[in-house]
Write a protein that binds this ligand. Structure first.
Ligand SMILES: [Zn+2]
Length: 383
């Protein structure tokens, strides 16, 4: 069984003896007498780093032994130096120990059990068994950060079977042997195999970014330490940009955005009223005609054109068209109570460089032709 040096979460460099070196398809599997490389477990990924000058590509545990995967061979019986990629490991320990604190506090305050835990570049998600409201989540975050400011020691110990029976601790598995307990006095006692920071002060800030309901409980998205700091920096830049853009104080941007939304809603209402008045103006000017008729309504959108056509075709013996300029040509809507427009659409589109179609009583599309050409075409087909 490999001696584990990661119980003390701060060993970054170590020396060890190569016990085995076996070639596999993926590379060489190195077994040492002792290691500070953590194999994946407890939700935390395997350590990265260097061993004997080689990159460690993977670390895993099998029957109590910890294997390191490298591309090159290491000599059995020789001493090698190992070095953990410390920035990555420390950040993971910050997040992981922060998760212990948050879940421990949630357990003690509200009786929540931890039903799921994932760590990744997105942060940590922790699933709790009870549905919590925003105030409860805020209280958990406040107490977890209080524990950070108090710089409480994070202790690791292996109680014997009798001692274990007397302890109340959080655990996802029902273990009775070699249980490794991680204690943050006054806040949490939890069975876990991963490396953690030595004192809560090292976690740095704990921030619960989101909470959502999940299978009757709560899912928390958490960032701690460096990750929380980077998140703060990124959000601070966003707030500063919005603040400058809206000429509002940073702490008042939410109100400023609400005011902007209210202004937008008012403008949209005014635009709708103007459109409606404009449509009513076109419709009020329509007169009964025996043949074809058309209206050019440049301020009408697709819905507006349809509304004009619905009113116009009822007064018209032939086809009735409504047109609005779209920059290059005209958008059209044509309706008729007497002519089947599916055949008409083909002639119309081909004569006026257009595209579009629809139902026998109404077609829509666009043409790349002038107003004069459209009027001439509609006059010509009457004769
Ligand atoms: Zn842990």
């Amino acid at each position: 069984m490999t001696e584990r040096l990661y119980d003390n979460g701060h060993i970054r460099q170590f020396e060890a003896m190569v016990i085995e070196c076996n070639e596999t398809e993926k590379g060489f599997l190195i077994l040492l007498d002792r290691t500070a490389f953590f194999p994946a477990g407890g939700g935390q990924a395997a350590d990265e780093g260097m061993l004997g000058g080689e990159n460690v590509l993977d670390v895993f545990e099998e029957n109590g032994n910890i294997y390191h995967l490298t591309k090159a061979q290491l000599k059995v019986g020789e001493a090698v130096c190992g070095e953990i990629d410390w920035d990555t490991r420390f950040s993971r320990m910050q997040n992981h120990t922060g998760e212990h604190l948050v879940c421990g506090v949630a357990h003690r305050l509200y009786g929540c059990e931890n039903t799921g835990f994932h760590m990744g570049t997105f942060g940590i998600t922790a699933d709790l068994s009870i549905l919590l409201n925003s105030e409860q989540v805020a209280e958990i975050e406040r107490l977890a950060n209080k524990a950070v400011f108090e710089n409480v020691p994070v202790k690791v110990f292996y109680p014997d079977e009798n001692q274990l029976k007397t302890l109340e601790y959080r655990s996802k598995l029902d273990l009775t042997e070699n249980v490794r307990l991680v204690e943050i006095e006054g806040y949490d006692l939890c069975a876990c195999c991963a490396p953690h920071v030595l004192n809560t002060g090292e976690i740095g800030m704990i921030k619960i970014l989101e909470h959502s309901s999940n299978r009757g409980g709560t899912r928390l998205l958490i960032k701690c330490g460096y990750d929380a700091y980077e998140d703060y920096c990124q959000k601070s830049r966003s707030v500063a940009a919005v603040s400058a853009s809206l000429c509002a104080r940073q702490e008042e941007i939410a109100q400023a955005v609400e005011a902007l939304k209210a202004d937008k809603a008012k403008l949209e209402y005014e635009i709708e009223s103007i459109k409606k008045q404009s449509l009513e103006k076109y419709i009020s000017r329509l007169r009964a005609t025996e043949g074809n008729a058309c209206v050019f309504a440049d301020d009408a959108d697709g819905d507006g054109l349809r509304e004009i056509v619905n009113a116009g075709k009822a007064l018209c013996g032939g086809v009735f068209g409504a047109f609005s300029s779209d920059g290059n040509g005209y958008r059209y809507c044509i309706g008729s109570n007497t002519v089947d427009l599916r055949a008409f659409a083909k002639t119309f589109n081909s004569a006026l460089n257009g595209r579009g179609g629809g139902r026998p009583e109404m077609i829509q599309g666009s043409v790349l032709s002038s107003k004069e050409d459209i009027i001439s075409f509609l006059n010509a087909i009457e004769q």
